[in-house]
Design a protein around this ligand. Structure first.
Ligand code: MEV
Length: 342
């Protein structure tokens, strides 16, 4: 039996910009996890997710897997299976059970559950086959699996979920990766040129997280921003890059005022993107979440694609702030930073 765990994540800065290859974002992993348990089985495999969804699959005589292509889980298994075949390792059949702490009452919290599932499944199946991959290679495999389903996904959540802690991330050119014929070639592709992941020091500021209770679809929001094709998108990208750099610098030098000011600027930059696209990134409830936090001296912004899900506040832990969030219908989430392995 193999058990793996992958944490959820929050975006601190660089959302939407990071979708464009080479543009940076800063994320943090949080201590709520997806847990995957893998056991070998004979003939027919089974994937059971949080006791709700079950997919069965089998292998043909030539070792090919036959399974429903409906989820990130099957994409994750498939990409590892292709690498296994390319390395001449005999196929196995197995059962997976997936348990999630990244939802409440069956509703996703918006903490990157799809990425965490992919990361935990890839870690379990690569371990089963003894592929001996480094964390960076597992990030690469997880990105290949994810973009097979969501071609625009940046992979920032995958990197945070794999490494833990605070990270700076730049996405690869996924269109170039998609053109490679084998997984082995895709892992070595020129598409990784702009890709980068590095650990950042955590600030001593407290991270407070509020859940709006409204699930949002990242893919629909990213597609809608692309379709809106804002005229000032280059200015948005340039501002996002500048903000991410100043946030990274402030984290590295322990400048807490600088961290808070970069977070405030990141919120304003997302608001400009909202204005030029007409897409509700900071919904009314996210605006309330941020405004309450600001009134308590914290810096706050939506996390990730917005449209619902979660918002973050960085400041000094403040029970009054959390109870005002509750009065405004925002659920404070009891979570902390998941320390990185490094
Ligand atoms: C969503 O959590 C963050 C976005 O930048 C999309 C992505 O990075 O794939 C909006």
């Amino acid at each position: 039996m193999i058990t793996t765990r992958a944490p959820g994540k929050l975006y601190i800065a660089g959302e939407y910009a990071v979708v464009e290859p080479g543009h940076p974002a800063i994320l943090v992993a949080v201590d709520r996890h997806i847990t995957v348990t893998l056991t070998e089985s004979d003939g027919v495999g089974c994937i059971a997710s949080s006791g709700r969804r079950t997919v069965t699959w089998h292998r043909e005589a030539d070792g090919t897997m036959v399974m429903k292509r409906h989820s990130y889980v099957t994409r994750a298994i498939e990409v590892v299976d292709r690498l296994r075949a390319e390395r001449g390792i005999p196929p196995l059949t197995f059962d997976l059970t997936i348990d999630s702490e990244l939802e409440e009452g069956g509703r996703k919290l918006g903490l990157g559950s799809s990425a965490a599932v992919v990361v935990a499944v890839i870690e379990a199946v690569t371990e089963l086959y003894g592929l001996g991959l480094s964390p960076i290679d597992r990030i690469k495999l997880a990105i290949l699996a994810t973009v097979a389903r969501s071609p625009r996904a940046s992979g920032g959540d995958i990197a945070a979920s794999t490494l833990g802690g605070w990270i700076l991330y730049r996405s690869p050119d996924r269109a170039v990766l998609a053109r490679e014929r084998t997984v082995t070639a895709a892992m070595e592709s020129a598409g990784w040129q702009g890709f980068d992941v590095r650990a950042l020091p955590a600030p001593t500021l407290d991270l407070m997280v509020g859940w709006t209770g409204t699930p949002a679809s990242t893919q629909s929001l990213v597609d809608a921003v692309e379709q809106a094709g804002p005229a000032d998108f280059d200015a948005f990208l340039a501002d996002s890059d500048r903000i991410v750099h100043s946030l990274a610098g402030a984290l590295e030098s322990g400048d807490h005022a600088g961290v808070q000011s970069a977070v405030r600027e990141a919120r304003q930059n997302l608001a400009r993107l909202q204005e030029s696209t007409g897409i509700a990134i900071e919904t009314d409830r996210l605006a309330a979440l941020c405004d309450i936090a600001v009134a308590h001296g914290a810096a706050a912004k939506p996390s990730g694609a917005g449209g619902g899900d979660c918002g973050i506040a960085l400041g000094t832990f403040d029970r009054g702030l959390l109870s005002e969030w509750e009065s405004a219908g925002i659920v404070p989430l009891d979570l902390h930073v998941q320390e990185g392995a490094a």
